[in-house]
Each structure stands twice: as C-alpha cells, then as structure tokens.
Design a protein around this ligand. Sequence first.
Ligand code: UD1
Length: 445
Amino acid sequence: MDKFRIKGGRHLRGRVTISGAKNSALPCMAAALLTSETVILHNLPYVRDIITQRRLLEDIGATVLMPELRTHKITADNIELFEAPYELVKTMRASVLALGPLLARFGKARVSLPGGCAIGTRPIDLHLAGFEHLGAEVGLESGDVVARAPKPGGRLLGGELHFDKVTVTGTENLMMAATLAEGKTVLHNAAREPEIADLAELLNKMGARVRGAGTPTIQIEGVESLGGAEHTIIPDRIETGTFMVAAAITNGELEIKGCRPEHSAIVIAKLREVGVEIEELNQSTLYVRCCGSGLKASDVTTEPHPRFPTDMQAQYMALMTQARGRSVITETIFENRFMHASEMQRMGARIQIEGNTATVEGPTQLTGARVQASDLRASASLVLAGLAAKGETLIDRVYHIDRGYEKIEDKLCAVGADIERIRDSVTGPLTEGGIQNPESRSQKG
Ligand code: UD1
C-alpha cells in the first residue's frame, strides 16, 4: 500500500484550487438512476470513491461516459440489475444511495447491508424506516436489504416523516425516492448540509419538485417521471477547511481558490477565534495565514450542519496541538472517531481521550514518526501533523486519503510542502490516475 513521506517544518505559501465535493457528487451520480435520460455532471473530484460509484452505476447497467476527467455523462436507460453488490458496498457505504432511486423508479431494489466500520456502527435503519413510511416493504434476505414498492413495479406513496436523528445520506436517499412517489412527501428534521441543497438543485433541473432543501423541512411533490439535466457539483468544503488548517499549522499563507466560503462559515469563525487570519477576497477565494502572535486553544463540539462538521474534527485536533492552552474536542456524530489521536500521540501530541471527548494540551513540538491512517479525515489530520512536525513522518495506508482528496500531495507540493508518495509495488497494479485500489479498504468519511 502507498505511503506518504513528509518532511515537516516548511511554511506553505501560494495558491491552491479546491476540487468538487465528493459528498455532493456521490448522491448526484445516484440521482441519475432516476431517469432514462442523460444526466451530465461537471466538477466531479477525481478520487477513489467517485470511481467506485461509477463502477456501481455501470454494474447496475448504466452507461457512464467521461468526455473529460471531471465530467460524467450518465445514462441509465437499460437497467437490468436492481442491486448494489456487496463487493462495492463494503468498500463505500455511500453505495446505499442507489436504494432510493432504484426503488422509486423500478419499484424494487436490493443493496447489501454495509459492513462494520471503523468510525462506529453507522446503521441505515433511518433510511429503511423512511422507505417503509413511503409504503415500501423492506426486508433482509441473505445479508441484503430488499425493498419493494407497495404494488409490483408500482410507485411509492408520499407521506410525512420525521427523522429521529439527522442523517445526511438518509435525507438524500428519501429525497430522491420521494421525487417519483405518488403525492406529497414532507421530511422533518432533515439534514441541512450544502450537499443536500446541491442534490435538490440537480433533482429540480431533472423535473422534480423539491422545496426547502437546506432547511430542516423538505417538501417534495412527486412527479411521474424525471428527465435529463446538466449540473456542476459544488466545491468541497471539507477540502477547503483542510487547506485552511494547512496554512495555519505551517505558519504559512495560502490563497484558496474555487471554494464557497459561505459553506465553511462555522469553520472560518472557529479558525478566526483561535487566531488564524482569514480574508474573503471574493465569493470564491479565501486568503488564510497564521497570525504573528500564535494560536490559542478553544473547545469545539461536532454537530450537524450548520454547526462544526465531524469531518473537520481530526484536522482541528491537529491544529490544537499547536495552540496555546487546553482545548476540549467533543464528538457527537460518530462513536470511535478519535483514532487519529493515538497516532498524533506517537508524534508527541498531548491528548487524552475520555468517552467522546479529547482534551488537547498545547503547544507541543511534534516530531516525525511512522503512523497509520485509519480513515479518510484521520489521514488528512496526520498529513497536517506531519507538515508541522520536526523531521520525517511516514504515513501508512494512504489509500484512505485517496478516497476523498484529489491529489493532495501534488496540491501540497505546489505550495511548498515536502511530501512524496512512496508507491508500493507489492500490492498490485495501480488503477486510473495513479489511484491505488487496495485489496482491503474500509468505508469511512
Ligand atoms: C455523511 C457524510 C460523511 C459525514 C457524515 C456526518 C457522505 C457520503 N458522507 O455520512 O462524510 O461524516 O455525513 O456529517 O455524505 N445514523 C443512524 N441510522 C441511520 C443513519 C445514520 O443511526 O440510518 C447515525 C449515524 O450512525 C451517525 C449519525 O446518524 O451517528 C449521522 O450519520 P449520517 O449523517 O447518516 O452519516 P452519513 O450520511 O453516512
């Protein structure tokens, strides 16, 4: 498996351009299953999860053309298989996003239950309860979730449902399913992430009638069929946040282009509070640098959007190792999402974990060490820690980072980082774009 070797201590300087949001691209690709016409998506990030999602669509019977690296033309006019196979679902949990569209359009769908996961159990019970609420019969057959519409090949029935817990992909799955249901559906306590609004925009371009996406109440008037559409995926707010931290943790300065600052408002506010200087140069550009007087500690709690995102928790922890004072980081979304902490401790960080809180004492001079990436965002935090550390850091299992960050080492090198990918010739051939397809992967992020 590939590794990253980082020689820390360099101040990052220059410009970096943000890629499309993986977490928006995945549901938008699944939405193409709702129609027999062509859906054209631009600004897809070139990352492993998108390749996996493309394979899933192709396995199901869709045709996916790539006129350009970041553009997919998806036509699902010849669907024969109504299921997402275990081989793909086990590598990427977001494969469950195929359920809603398949069930809504064809009245049946089968998806393997996602397996165990390193950042908690992450069930899909809320997705399934939602489908049942729309009249589907949902059961488990040989480890697969099988869902059927009330009448064979028939439509789902609109209804009013309340999510007991805010779920991002659950909201997306139900929103997609409801577009083709009979009558009106109202989703209460829906997730409000920008990716939900982006998906709704695509669905409406396809002829759906979705209102309120981005608020806790989403209303969907079902229509009989949807058509083709063309859509550009929003920039990745987590990649934006990661580069903001990269500028701050290396005492550098970065111009971050092609982002949407309003999607990162809470992260920008938090980073300003701890002493990072952030200027909005225009609607899509941020200028970030660490202030001369250094960083100060501050507590943070992860919560659903618009509060502080769990996907930035690990990167924030890396930053707090460099801040003056004690910061308490509370993780409320996922259990077991502190695995990066023990790796940072090996680099000299002073972090204590108790239940769902991590207490970081700073600042510490981190020193390079051999560490292991455990999930997508944890890997990013170790890269950040490595950039700040004295000496050499070797990060193992970087396939996790390839799932969601487009060529992070190239982007970091371009702004002065000393980071290189060490290819592993033993694991087997590399696939498209040099992104490795490891034998065993897990499915976080
Ligand atoms: C999405 C994001 C992921 C992010 C997470 C939280 C994608 C592809 N991934 O993941 O990067 O970290 O949101 O912002 O968009 N839950 C249940 N039952 C369910 C569904 C969820 O109990 O049926 C729980 C989960 O275990 C978790 C919480 O709800 O504790 C939130 O999970 P959810 O928002 O569904 O995360 P994902 O959509 O998988």
